[in-house]
Design a protein around this ligand. Structure first.
Ligand code: GRF
Length: 214
């Protein structure tokens, strides 16, 4: 049976789309079972509905507190038989209770080469800092934001005339490769976490990608 993914979104959902597209190949070892959004107008919800994937909108305001909101998310994920939760542009901090409940079964994609540039506005920060390489990171989630064992990174060059938008576009292309790759490695049970490090069994698939400017 394919690994069942629960994808948490707040917006555009292009990384969700990358996972949906990967899973449209029946040999891909995972499938999107449920999409949960905290925003009713998240465009990603339409991407899921368009291919008949179950969606759920859980607005924090409709719950007594954060614990109740997250309890509803956990119940929905468990009912859907989810084995791996993928944060894909989910713009709310998860509590330690949620993070512990899904320990090593909860991953995130972040638009920088962590541990550089945690938080928001990563592309502007990269340009400002003068780094020559930027990129994205798929990592297991830990309580502290944008930390946790790294599964896949993809690096892109920063060019002298980049703006945050042009750099974001270049990174996003790699996000859409890196996220399905990380999910595949987990679904194929090739990923082991030891402390803050991930090791990947089987050398046929690189766990790091350096992408040239197209
Ligand atoms: C991506 O840049 C992702 O790395 C970050 O939020 C953005 C979400 O984009 N966490 P999308 O909704 O997947 O298009």
């Amino acid at each position: 049976m394919r690994l069942r993914l629960g994808v948490l979104i707040s917006g555009r959902g292009s990384n969700l789309q990358a996972l949906i597209d990967a899973a449209s190949d029946p040999t891909y070892p995972a499938e999107v079972a449920l999409v949960i959004s905290n925003k009713p107008d998240a465009a990603g919800l339409d991407r899921a509905r368009a291919v008949g994937i179950a969606t759920l909108v859980l607005k924090p305001k409709d719950f007594a507190d954060k614990a109740a909101h997250e309890a509803a998310m956990i119940a929905a994920l468990e009912n859907a038989g989810v084995g791996l939760v993928c944060l894909a542009g989910y713009m709310r901090l998860l509590s330690p209770v949620f993070v512990q409940a899904w320990h090593n079964r909860l991953i995130n994609i972040h638009p920088s080469l962590l541990p550089a540039f945690p938080g928001l506005d990563t592309h502007a920060k990269a340009i400002e800092s003068g780094v020559r390489f930027h990129g994205c990171t798929v990592h297991f989630v830990r309580v502290e934001m944008d930390t946790g064992p790294i599964i896949v990174q993809a690096a892109v060059p920063v060019s002298d005339d980049d703006t945050p938008d042009t750099l974001a576009d270049r990174v996003l292309i790699q996000e859409h490769r890196a996220y399905p790759l990380a999910v595949r490695l987990i679904a194929e049970q090739r990923v082991t976490v030891g402390g803050n490090r991930v090791s990947v069994r089987g050398g046929t698939m690189p766990n790091t990608v350096i992408a040239p400017i197209p």
